[in-house]
Structure formats: C-alpha cells, structure tokens
Design a protein around this ligand. Structure first.
Ligand code: A3P
Length: 285
C-alpha cells in the first residue's frame, strides 16, 4: 500500500492522483491577486463552499455557476490533463479548490496573497466521512475496517496526510489577513449567516432575499439532487454511488455511529496533544 503513495513536502499523496507533472504544474502556477481559493482537508465541506462561493459571485444565479463542474476548480490536483483547461485564459475572479497544506502552496501564492476561504470540520466527522468515501472512490486505497482506517488517519498515512498538520498549517499561517476561517459546523448551524459572511469577505453586496435564496440552494437535500453537484454523471467504476452517495448524510456528529467509545477517547487524546500549539479556539464535541 505504501508504494501507492509518495511524500511531498512531508505529506502523504497518492501517486496516481498527484503525479510529478501535476506537482510541477502547481509549483509553477501563477496566482492572481484576485483569485479565490477554497482550501480544505478532504471531506470538510469543500463542495458545499464551492457552491456557496459560485452562487455568491453570480448574485445567486444558478445558471451561470452550474456550467462549471466542481472538478474543474481543482485543476492541479488530479490528472495533468486538466492543464488543458487553460486556466491562464480564465477570466477573473477565478475560483480554485485545494486540499494542499499551506506550506505546499507555490511561490506565487505567497507573492500575491489571494483570498482564501479555509473550511474545517470536526476531525472525527472528517474521519467518518473519509472512511465512507474510501469505500466508494476507486482512486483511493480501500480503507479496511474503521479501526484500521483510524490508525492510518491519525498517523497521516492517508491521501493528503495528517488532518492535524493540515489545519495547523492554515491556522498558523503567517499572513492571515487574506484568509477567512469557517467551520462546517457553522455552515450547518446557520447557513444564511455563513453565506453573508462569505459575501462580505468576497466584497459582494447581496440583498437579503438573494442570500436567502443562495442558502436554500445550498441545502444538503438540494445539492444532493442537483446534477451539477452530485456526481451522478461520474461512472460507477470511478465513484460507486450505488450503496453510499457522495452526498452521504451531511450532518454533524455522525462519528458517534462509527467510533467506539474508547476510539473516540483515543482520538480526543491525540487531538489535545497535537493541537496544543494552536491559538484559534475551536469547539467540537
Ligand atoms: P458526509 O460524508 O458526512 O455526509 P467534501 O466536499 O469536502 O468532500 O465533503 C463532503 C462532505 O460534506 C460529505 O459529508 C457531504 O455529505 C457533506 N456535504 C456536502 N454538501 C453539503 C451540504 N450542502 N450540507 C451539508 N453537508 C454537505
């Protein structure tokens, strides 16, 4: 299994998803100051935020956002073939998504400080969501049992490495001026207020009713039914949604259905140890 991964700047990455040419492409990538980057550890609400940002930038008009498939927003992540998307020609503001750690971002990112929306989620729920995702995604290694996967997850021996390192890299970024931090739990608790926060950060003036409409479109049930967001066109051999959907549950606290009490305790102990040098205060159950 280890041979399916490579270590890049200390982070576990899948060789097939992140071949050397993709990493080279990222290293040479030129960010613009008005680019918008959604940064997340996998399963933290990436697609949710992508949809919010897309709608906010388009004043809530779904017709224009829906012409852009999600995967096109993360062009350097997967096949080098996406280079053919010709990002250089794309008009501003360009929206990107990345699962890379802060220290993996290329030179130009640090030169121009584009706006970043960093979304984070209770790591026990991230673990739970990632476990189920590994069962349906053919491009990931089968997870084994949930306790086997737990060891790998806590050790950072999964695609995109350690959740702890990821979150710390972004929370402890030297220049935080251009980064907005938001959690999955905040989105879940009050979507409309979260939409307003995003709009303000992106300097978009939106009427109250438009924000209301955006929040409605971004509800789990609605995104789950939306063909542009639910990956229903993706072949089963790549993403097998016959048993588990990409839009699986979309709730807070599902870890309680997967982790045994002593596993959750162990998880919390690792969390306390690894997160002790983080200033940002996060309250998760
Ligand atoms: P679950 O597996 O817990 O259901 P990502 O987009 O980063 O891959 O994250 C996927 C997770 O976000 C999945 O979690 C998915 O169901 C959830 N999600 C996606 N859109 C959502 C929405 N509109 N509301 C709530 N959860 C959403």
């Amino acid at each position: 299994e280890a041979e399916l991964y490579t270590e890049y700047k200390g982070v576990y990455l899948s060789k097939s998803m992140n071949p050397p040419q993709s990493l080279k492409y990222l290293e040479d990538f030129t960010f613009r100051p008005d680019d918008i980057i959604i940064a997340t550890y996998p399963k933290s609400g990436t697609h949710w935020m992508q949809h919010i940002v897309g709608l906010v930038l388009n004043g809530g008009d779904p017709t224009s956002v829906d012409t852009v498939y999600n995967w096109k927003r993360a062009p350097w992540l997967e096949q080098a073939a996406t280079i053919a998307l010709n990002l250089e020609e794309r008009p501003s503001p360009r929206v990107f998504s990345t699962h890379f750690h802060h220290n993996m971002m290329p030179r130009s990112f640090f030169d121009v400080d584009p706006k970043v929306i960093y979304v984070m989620r209770n790591p026990k729920d991230v673990f739970t969501s990632y476990f189920h995702f590994h069962e349906i995604a053919s491009f990931l290694v089968k997870p084994g049992s949930s306790s086997e996967f737990l060891h790998k997850f806590l050790d950072g021996k999964v695609q995109h490495g350690s959740w702890f390192d990821h979150v710390k890299s972004w929370l402890n970024a030297e220049n935080k001026q251009h980064i907005m931090y938001i959690s999955y739990e905040e989105l879940s608790a009050d979507l409309k207020t979260s939409v307003a926060k995003v709009a303000e950060f992106l300097e978009q003036r939106l009427d109250d009713e438009v924000m209301e409409k955006i929040a409605e479109k971004c509800l789990f049930e609605n995104m789950k039914e939306n063909k542009m967001t639910n990956y229903s066109d993706t072949p089963t051999k790549i993403l097998d949604q016959t048993k588990t959907k990409f839009f699986r549950k979309g709730v807070v606290g599902d870890w309680k259905n997967l982790l045994a009490a002593e596993e959750a305790e162990h998880f919390d102990a690792v969390y306390t140890d690894k997160m002790k040098d983080v200033e940002y205060s996060i309250v998760w159950d």
